[in-house]
Write a new protein. Structure first.
Ligand SMILES: [Zn+2]
Length: 278
């Protein structure tokens, strides 16, 4: 699933090509991709509008239009946004195409049909439940400590909870916990101040490095031009193939399910003690 670094890369790479462009047409080959309003209203509203800005919040992309409505896109598990010449050969799994006035089109490709689009005057109605942005200046180790204080869930599950912190998912939670040397099953409230500080800087490091490498193409993620990201080549444990050893100590990486998602960690570098409050 695209996480913060992947969605940030898509935003950065689309921005110079779409801002100022007028939408000249909309094709929906699967109406279910539009969550609100109706597919017909969506299509007729967008045609003729100009894209004036593009922002990211968590894993959502927000296209600002020259009107009081915004187009919100969530790629979910397998969605990609590709920017291509409008006459490009059609390919599989294209659910929607937004044509721009310079002869290009924004192609929403999604094999599993889980991605969604919304057109709304009130972006908060879609994104208001999101937690803080981990790379914004107002997210600090103190805020992280305060938010973890009463949480008894496993830290891995907490980091993937979008209302706790926006944009982190399975891959970058595993990477941040490995870098911070924290076992994924530790409860949020059991973390010491030192551990919270380590986790905070690990989250920053891991996310910025992945943005620098244009995201991780471990699954279906591609950049808008069709290129792959290379962040996964830096992964220490995330998305690990079985039998891989810890790059620090050589112990075999373990995989355990936490809330139905595979979690990868090194049992030696990320120990859990009997007296840890798990
Ligand atoms: Zn290790």
């Amino acid at each position: 699933m695209p996480e913060l670094p992947e969605v940030e890369t898509i935003k950065n790479e689309l921005l110079p090509h779409i801002v100022g462009r007028r939408i000249s047409g909309v094709t929906l080959s699967w109406d279910g991709i539009v969550r609100q309003p109706s597919a017909e209203e969506f299509r007729s509203y967008l045609i003729g509008r100009t894209i004036v800005g593009l922002a990211r919040r968590g894993k959502y992309l927000i296209f600002n239009l020259n009107s009081d409505e915004s187009l919100i896109v969530h790629l979910r598990m397998t969605g990609s946004l590709l920017l291509k010449p409008a006459l490009a050969e059609s390919e599989r799994f294209i659910r929607a195409i937004i044509y721009l006035d310079n002869g290009t089109g924004l192609y929403f490709r999604d094999s599993r049909k889980l991605g969604r689009m919304w057109l709304t005057k009130d972006t908060n109605s879609i994104i208001s439940k999101l937690g803080p942005e981990p790379l914004e200046a107002d997210f600090t180790p103190e805020i992280l400590a305060q938010r973890l204080k009463n949480r008894s869930a496993p830290i891995k599950a907490i980091l993937c909870d979008q209302s706790f912190i926006a944009g982190v998912g399975n891959m970058y939670a595993d990477e941040a916990l490995f870098a911070a040397k924290i076992h994924p099953l530790r409860s949020g409230k059991s973390l010491s101040w030192d551990e919270v500080e380590r986790l905070y800087s690990a989250i920053q490091r891991v996310l910025w490095a992945a943005i620098g490498n244009k995201g991780a193409s471990v699954d279906t993620y591609v950049r808008p031009g069709g290129e792959l990201g290379t962040a996964h080549f830096q992964f220490q444990v995330a998305h690990c193939l079985s039998g891989k050893s810890c790059p620090v100590c050589g112990t075999p990486i373990e995989r355990i399910p936490i809330r139905n998602r595979g979690s990868y960690f090194c049992p030696k570098c990320q120990p859990i003690k009997a007296w840890d409050n798990i």
